[in-house]
Design a protein around this ligand. Structure first.
Ligand SMILES: C[S@@+](CC[C@H](N)C(=O)[O-])C[C@H]1O[C@@H](n2cnc3c(N)ncnc32)[C@H](O)[C@@H]1O
Length: 207
């Protein structure tokens, strides 16, 4: 393995196994095989549990990391994934046009990478899922997107994750009264503070 690959992964996995536990909990709750992860940087933990994952990032370090296919496969295999994982990497901006198929992926991942749902939901199957955390405003963006419906949340406690499917409306109550529109979210570029905030939300694509 290229030493730069090992170094990047060590930094990404500094809370050892945390993302593996997250994606294992999500994989257990969903019947998903194909995953699109825009703004992934070098977070290859989805490949530990999902059959086929497409990563997309504009950072050059991510491009170099994924170019080390043997090193990446070694990390995946060392974390319980397949020896020859089905991994693709697109080096680019998720807000621009790509050759990625429409309505194709079972799961779209949006973690700390801006308004992924706004630009990439069209690549998700109808009936597919968006996993999104609230920190960069993308969960709020998803909550006002008519293509998406909240169907679960991911709760975290002491480093473990579980999916909750009941009484979900309580997770989208803003702490302070405010207008939430595409424009206000773009203008602030930040997440909305909710009275009860889970680690992440699961939205189903309904149209
Ligand atoms: C804070 S990191 C999060 C990485 C990973 N999602 C995680 O949770 O560990 C944000 C990543 O999103 C990428 N990113 C931000 N905007 C992007 C865009 N428009 N297109 C592609 N990648 C983008 C950055 O290059 C960076 O690697």
């Amino acid at each position: 393995m290229n030493p730069a690959t090992a170094k990047l992964w060590a930094k990404q996995d500094q809370h050892e196994g945390d993302r593996r536990r997250l994606f294992t909990a999500v994989a257990t709750a969903l019947k998903a095989k194909t995953v699109l992860y825009p703004g992934s940087f070098v977070d290859i933990a989805p490949s530990f549990v999902f059959e086929s994952v497409t990563y997309l990032d504009l950072d050059k370090r991510a491009a170099r990391f994924f170019a080390d296919t043997e090193g990446v496969a070694e990390i995946v295999a060392g974390n319980g994934g397949p020896a020859r994982p089905d991994i693709s990497f697109v080096h680019g901006d998720y807000a621009l046009e790509h050759d990625l198929p429409e309505e194709h992926f079972d799961l779209l991942v949006s973690l700390y990478a801006g308004f992924v749902s706004e630009h990439c939901t069209h690549h998700t199957k109808i009936g597919g899922t968006l996993l999104v955390n609230p920190s960069h405003g993308d969960a709020a963006m998803a909550s006002i997107d008519p293509r998406l419906s909240l169907t679960g949340v991911v709760l975290s406690r002491s480093g473990s994750y579980r999916i909750e499917r009941e009484q979900l409306e309580r997770f989208l109550i803003p702490k302070k009264e405010q207008e939430i529109t595409v424009e206000t979210l773009h203008a602030s570029g930040r997440g909305i503070a909710y009275t009860t905030s889970p680690f992440a939300y699961l939205f189903t694509r309904v149209s």
